[in-house]
Ligand binder design. Structure first.
Ligand code: ADP
Ligand code: MG
Length: 359
């Protein structure tokens, strides 16, 4: 049976952009699927915005190509590309009301007035801003402004929506609400999202796939689980989540189980209030340097005999879990599953004694 592979929504080949002596984008290849929620995650200065501007056409590459739906658009102006951009500062027109802000793109494209109005109202409805048509941007909250910016992009029904840290200006609670909304809107509209963020949690929560950038290069592309569970480089392991180095392997904090020693119950269930859990097939012993109770979880910082300091996150399942904080200074056994170990390229094997692995 023959089938034709659909062209990628966005295809980038050996893309480079230098500003003077700065190599902002240093040879990027990406294939972003149709309808995918794709994130570019990286620290400030890693080249995320420049890649986005190259896709949009606001910048011309020093070399390399950009294709949209199989068409080479490298030499085309922004308005000849089927993409829209939502910027971090929203870039709304302050003197226009909400409805006119949203209609603007259609007006430029000479869509008839009645049609323009109908589509603008639909777009405002999709971001839950019915009734706000007559307001000016200054009369809106940050979250509402953000949604106007989104409606203004969605109204053009672009194949690809580029979003440059669109939630960066919002406070935490609103940001989390908008994350859920963005995902819903993206799924419903079936638009390809290319979403830029420096927030690893945001990228992992929202994305079908994530590209981790550093120094203008893609360090890894994968699903959130792939990037988190199997980071390809030491940079990715360090940037995406917290990584414990134990001897020559790495283990994530939530994969470590902490058992308090000396309680007379070292091999069975932990006493009430103490973190229990399967011992795992790897063990190391050490001393609790710090315990922080954080509501849903407790964070243990443990100095292992090997000299490695590790962080272990334990879910607070027991009612008396706040009592765990009394374990500062306690001897503990840290256990984990061998299956949860990973190694990263570029990570020099530790010269410390390896963690004890009985059996
Ligand atoms: P990010 O969005 O990941 O923070 P940018 O793409 O904005 O990163 O920037 C990548 C690098 O390119 C940075 O070192 C930045 O200073 C530089 N850069 C970006 N735009 C310009 C420009 N217009 N002129 C000079 N340098 C720039
Ligand atoms: Mg940026």
């Amino acid at each position: 049976m023959f089938s034709v592979m659909p062209a990628s929504a966005v295809r980038i080949r050996d893309l480079r952009k230098t500003f003077g002596s700065v190599e902002a984008v240093a040879g990027v290849d990406l294939d972003i699927g149709d309808g995918e929620f794709f994130s570019m995650l990286g620290p400030s200065g890693s080249g995320k915005t420049t890649v986005l501007r190259l896709i949009a056409g606001f910048e011309r590459p020093t070399s390399g190509t950009v294709e949209l739906a199989g068409r080479d658009v490298t030499g085309l102006a922004p308005f000849d590309r089927d993409v829209n951009t939502v910027f971090q500062d929203y870039a709304l027109f302050p003197h226009l009301d909400v409805l006119r802000n949203v209609e603007y793109g259609l007006k430029v494209r000479k869509v008839a007035k009645a049609e323009r109005r109908k589509r603008a109202l639909e777009a405002l409805h999709s971001v839950r801003l019915d009734g706000f048509e007559a307001r000016r941007p200054a009369e809106l909250s940050g979250g509402q402004r953000q949604r106007v910016a989104l409606a203004r992009a969605l109204v053009n029904e672009p194949k690809v929506l580029l979003l440059d840290e669109p939630l960066g200006a919002l406070d935490l609670k609103l940001r989390e609400e908008m994350q859920v909304e963005l995902k819903t809107i993206q799924r419903r509209a079936g638009i390809t999202f290319v979403f830029v963020t420096h927030d690893q949690e945001e990228a992992l929560t929202l994305s079908d796939r994530v590209a981790v950038l550093d120094g203008g290069r893609v360090q890894q592309v994968g699903t959130p689980a792939e990037v988190y569970e199997h980071p390809a480089t030491e940079f990715v392991a360090g940037f995406v989540g917290t990584t414990n180095r134990i001897g020559d392997v790495c283990v994530r904090p939530e994969k470590l189980h902490v058992r308090i020693l000396g309680g007379g119950d070292e091999d069975g269930t932990a006493p009430a209030g103490e973190p229990a859990g399967p011992p795992g097939d790897r063990h190391a012993e050490g001393t609790v340097a710090e315990v922080v109770y954080a509501g849903a979880v407790t964070r243990f910082v443990v100095d292992l005999e090997s000299g490695d300091r590790v962080v272990a996150l334990q879910q607070n399942l027991a009612a008396s879990s706040m009592e765990v904080t009394r374990h500062r200074g306690a001897r503990v056994r840290v256990g984990w599953q061998a299956a949860h170990e990973f190694r990263v390229a570029g990570a020099a094997p530790s010269t410390e004694t390896p963690a004890k692995t009985p059996n």
